[in-house]
Design a protein around this ligand. Sequence first.
Ligand SMILES: Cc1ncc(COP(=O)(O)O)c(C=O)c1O
Length: 499
Amino acid sequence: MSLTTLAERILSKLPARAAEAIYGGARRIPRVRRLLESEYTEMLDSAPIPNVPGDTAYEAIPGTPLSRDEIIAAVTALAGAEEDDGRQNRASGAVYHGGSDHIELLNEVYAINSQSNPLHIDLWPSAMKFEAEVVAMTAAMLGGEVTSDEIVGTVTSGGTESIIMAMKAYRDRAGVRRPEMVVPASAHVAFDKAAHYLGYKQIKVPVGPDYRADASAMARAVTRRTVVVAGSAPGFPHGVIDPISQLSDMARERGIGFHTDACLGGFILPWARRLGYDIPPFDFRLPGVTSMSADTHKYGYAAKGTSVVLYRGRELRHHQFYVAADWPGGLYYSPTMAGSRPGALVATAWASLLSMGEQGYLEATKAILETGAKVRAGVEAIPDLRVLGDPLWVIGFTSDAVNIYEVMARMSERGWSLNGLHHPPAVHMALTLRHTQPGVAEAFLNDLAWAVDEARKTGAEPQTGAAPIYGMAATFPARGAVGDLLRRYIDKIYEVRRR
Ligand SMILES: Cc1ncc(COP(=O)(O)O)c(C=O)c1O
C-alpha cells in the first residue's frame, strides 16, 4: 500500500482541521518528508505532461544566432504538431473562435502594433484610443447606456487580473482593517487569489442544490467588515447563473459593493437576451451591481491576454489605480497591475469587437447556445450521467455509478480535453464556436457514451491518465498535501526537457 493511500485511510477518519495539522506536523519530520517526496515524484512521473516534439532544447542563449528561417521553422513545426493532434478543436473552452480568417485578422493587427505600450501614451496615443473604446463598447453592452451613473473601466490581462483589480478597489475604498469578501463556493479561484494577494478574509458560502449561490446564506455571512459581495454570470464550474438581482440588492441595502463576475458570460448573455433566451438580470441595469468583469479573450474572441473590468463611477475606479508622485524616475501612473502593457493585445480586442459587430456576436451566441442545448440533452440521455444544475453552454456533469475522472481520462484518449471539477467530483465542457461545426457535438456525445461504458468496466477506482491524481485530489483529507503536489507539478512543467 502506498504512503498516500495509507495516509488517506488514516486521515480521512479525522476532521479536516486535524488531518491538516497532522500532515503539517508529519511533513516536518525528515524521514516522512523524504517518503512524501518520493511518493510525489512517483505520482508526477505517471502524470500526463504533454510532450513537445523535436530534440532541441535551449538551456542557455545560443552562442551563434539562429537565422530567421530556422526560428520560423522551429515555431511552425511546434504549432503545426499542436494543431495536427486536433485537441484545440476538442477542448473545453480554451479556443473560443478559432476561425482562420478571424485569427489572421487578429495576427495582422497584433503585428502592426507589436511595439505599442500604453505606458508611453506620447508615443502610442492609438493604444489609449483602442483601450478607451474597448471599455466603452463593453460597458454599453453590459447596461452602461441605460443607467444614469457613468460606467468606466480598464482593460486588464485577463479575468483573474480584472477580479483582483476590482477587489483591490473595494479594499482600498473601504479602508477597513481585516476586510472580508463574501463569495459563493462556486466563485472562480481568482477571488481566492485576490484574497491571498490583498489580505482579505474570504468567506465562501456553500451553493444551493441547484449549484447557484444561496442568497440568504450569503446575506447571513455579511459582517461589518465585509466590503464586497460577488456572484457569477455564469460560474466556471457548473456554468449556472447566480441570483445576481437578489445578491446585489442585498449588498446595496448594506451599503457595500457587488461584483458580477461575467468573465465567462459577459460576451454571451447580453446577446442571449436579445435572442429571446430567458436570462435573469446580471449587469449594470441592476442598481446594486457596482463592478463587473467580462473577458474579451474568451467569448469576445480576441487574442489571449485581455479582459475588461468595469465600475459604476470614477470614484471606485480611482481605487484601482496606482500613482507615484515622488519616484526619482518621474511622475508615474499605472491603471492596472503591470507597468508596461501590450498595446498590441488591446488592439486585437478592439479589432475583434469591430469585426464581430452585434450581428457576429448574435450569430455566434445563437450557434453556441443551440449546441449547448443539444449537448445537454445528449448528456442527459446517457445512462449513469447526471447534468449539474441548469446550464446553457458550460455543461457540467457527474455520475453516481461510474468514476467521472475515469470518463474524463477516456475522453482524453479520444482527443477531448474536459475540465475536471471538485465538490462534487464532476467534469464540464465549455462549448465554444469550435464545437458548433457540423458533427462535433455528435462526435462528442458518441465518444462520451463510449467513455462511460469503458469507465463502467474499470470499476470505482480511477485508473488512467490524470484520473488517479484527480481522484486523490478530490478525496485526500489533508488539502496541504494536494497543494504540495501541485507546487511540484509546476516545478516539473518548468523543467527544460530534452525529448
Ligand atoms: C467565471 C470566471 N471568472 C474568472 C475567470 C478567470 O479568467 P482568466 O483565466 O482569464 O484569468 C474564468 C476563467 O475561466 C471564469 O470562467
